[in-house]
Write a protein that binds this ligand. Structure first.
Ligand code: PNS
Length: 172
C-alpha cells in the first residue's frame, strides 16, 4: 500500500489545490493532505478552519485524510510511514523553490521522493495569496475556491464587519 503526503499551508485551499489533490489521490492508495501549523505566521484562516474546509471540499473523494502537522515535514512523513511527497507547480516560478525543498527533504530523509504534478493551465493563475488579497478588499473569490472556502470567508468577513471597521466584502 502506497501512502503519499501532500503538504502545504492551504491558506486557503484553492481550486488549483483541489484539482491537484484529486489527481494525487489516483497515484497512491492513501493520501494525506498535511496542513502546516505555523505559529510564527498569523494566516487568514485558523488551522482548524483550513482543515474543516479541506475536509468539506473532499467529502466525495475517497482515500484522502486531512491532518495538521508542525515542525519538519520529514518527521510527519516518518510518523505516517508515507512513501513519497506530492507537490504541485504552476510554472517555472515555483520550480526553483520546489527543487530546493525536494533536495532538502531527501538530504534529511535519504530515499524520500517528491513527485511534482503540473497544475492544469486553466488553474495556474490561482494562488492562495491572490485569494487572500481579493477577500481582503471585498472581491468575489468564488471563481477561485471551492464553495466551502467561499462560505467560510464570507462568514469571516461579515463577522469582522459587525465587530470592527476592517475592510469587508463590498455590498453585503
Ligand atoms: O503551501 P506552501 O506554503 O508552499 O507549503 C510549504 C510547506 C508547508 C510544504 C513547507 O514550508 C514545509 O514543508 N514546511 C515544514 C518545515 C520543513 O520541513 N522545512 C524543511 C523542508 S524545505
Amino acid at each position: 500500500m502506497k501512502t503519499a503526503v501532500f503538504p502545504g499551508s492551504f491558506d486557503p485551499l484553492t481550486n488549483g489545490h483541489l484539482d491537484l489533490i484529486r489527481r494525487a489521490q489516483r497515484l497512491c492508495d492513501r493520501l494525506i493532505v498535511a496542513v502546516l501549523i505555523n505559529p510564527d505566521k498569523r494566516g487568514l484562516l485558523e488551522t482548524q478552519q483550513r482543515l474543516d474546509v479541506i475536509s468539506q471540499a473532499l467529502a466525495q473523494v475517497k482515500g484522502v485524510e486531512v491532518k495538521a502537522f508542525s515542525g519538519l515535514l520529514i518527521e510527519f512523513v516518518k510518523q505516517e510511514q508515507a512513501d513519497f511527497i506530492i507537490r504541485g507547480i504552476r510554472g517555472v516560478q515555483d520550480l526553483e523553490n520546489e527543487m530546493a525543498m525536494a533536495w532538502t527533504n531527501e538530504k534529511l530523509l535519504p530515499g524520500l521522493e517528491t513527485v511534482v504534478l503540473l497544475t492544469r493551465p486553466e488553474l495556474a493563475g490561482v494562488s492562495s495569496s491572490l485569494v487572500r488579497q481579493i477577500a481582503h478588499f471585498g472581491g468575489d473569490v468564488s471563481p477561485f475556491v471551492p464553495p466551502a472556502v467561499d462560505e467560510t470567508l464570507l462568514r469571516l468577513y461579515n463577522k469582522r464587519d459587525q465587530s470592527d471597521d476592517t475592510p469587508t466584502k463590498g455590498g453585503e
